[in-house]
Ligand binder design. Sequence first.
Ligand code: DAH
Length: 353
Amino acid sequence: MTIQEFDSIVGSARDAFAKAGTPAELENAKAQFVGKSGRITELMKGLAALSVEEKKTRGAAINQAKQAIEAALAERRQALADAELEAQLKAEALDVSLPGRVREPGGLHPVSLTMERIELIFASMGFDVADGPEVESDWHSFTSLNNPPNHPARSMQDTFYVDLNGDDGIPYNLRPHTSPMQVRYAHQHIKRYAEAVKRGEPMPEIRVIAPGRTYRVDSDATHSPMFHQCEGLWLGENVSFKDLKVVFTDFCRTFFESDDLALRFRPSFFPFTEPSAEIDIQFQSGPLAGRWLEVAGSGQVHPTVVRNMGLDPEKHIGFAFGMGPDRLTMLRYGVNDLRLFFDGDIRFLRQFR
Ligand code: DAH
């Protein structure tokens, strides 16, 4: 065999390795040259029949060819592995230029902003702020407020009734207004009042607001089955309707940051007040100027309600009101559909941030 023939075996091994596109194809190609019956292996076997001198020179030449083939094989293996890694990196590439997910600063809901505002204004006038249950007993929602079972005044509110498991015999509802908080608050503080009287001090006044969620079977652009109310109550020795007018007028002017605001107390009916009035406001300028807008119900607290608080109606006289913070929010910001407050659309809500 000549040198050229050895070179041609090495050359065809290199060609075969280059053609192999995968590690498996490369191993097949390898078998043709240095495998059990590969061409180099066959040449080695042929050495046995030669003389010692011939073995030396031919053996050296075969070895040289074998080393060249193995070097070519190792080189191709590495190339295939590199290509595979390259492909994998490309397939799993991260686009680091994508904008990250940011957590935007949050903000209070517009109705929460109104609630905070109401609380601040009334707190500055010496009112306490109370919180109460949304699932309420029939007695607190109606009966205690001089609205007995089967009284036609109950149909003023389309109430959600609640069927509680393990019924204790007391009918419950989702409170249709915050007015039950009047009696609840008085009951919560009755011990303190009694102790003050025992010490010979004058009976403490009750001056409280109770903001919160309320529920009625009602739904359109200006009514939602869940809405908000804020109750107000001021009982003292002689708190009059005049005081109601002063307090509520002050509140409205502070809330809307305008003295250019008229109030109207329109005669009405509620079982828990006598006399009763609906409170309307009128802006003197701006887009709503000239229209009377109802914002609250109010009146002098009925003696029956005071008695149900455990107090003496001859000594505890005053007013109550219930207003709609949702309505106040709509008026303050010029929102025309109540449902926007409860849809949770971030494009709407972020305007109040
Ligand atoms: N609770 C009444 C309602 O939901 C509003 C109301 C009217 C509350 C007169 C009062 C009040 O405290 O005195 O329609």
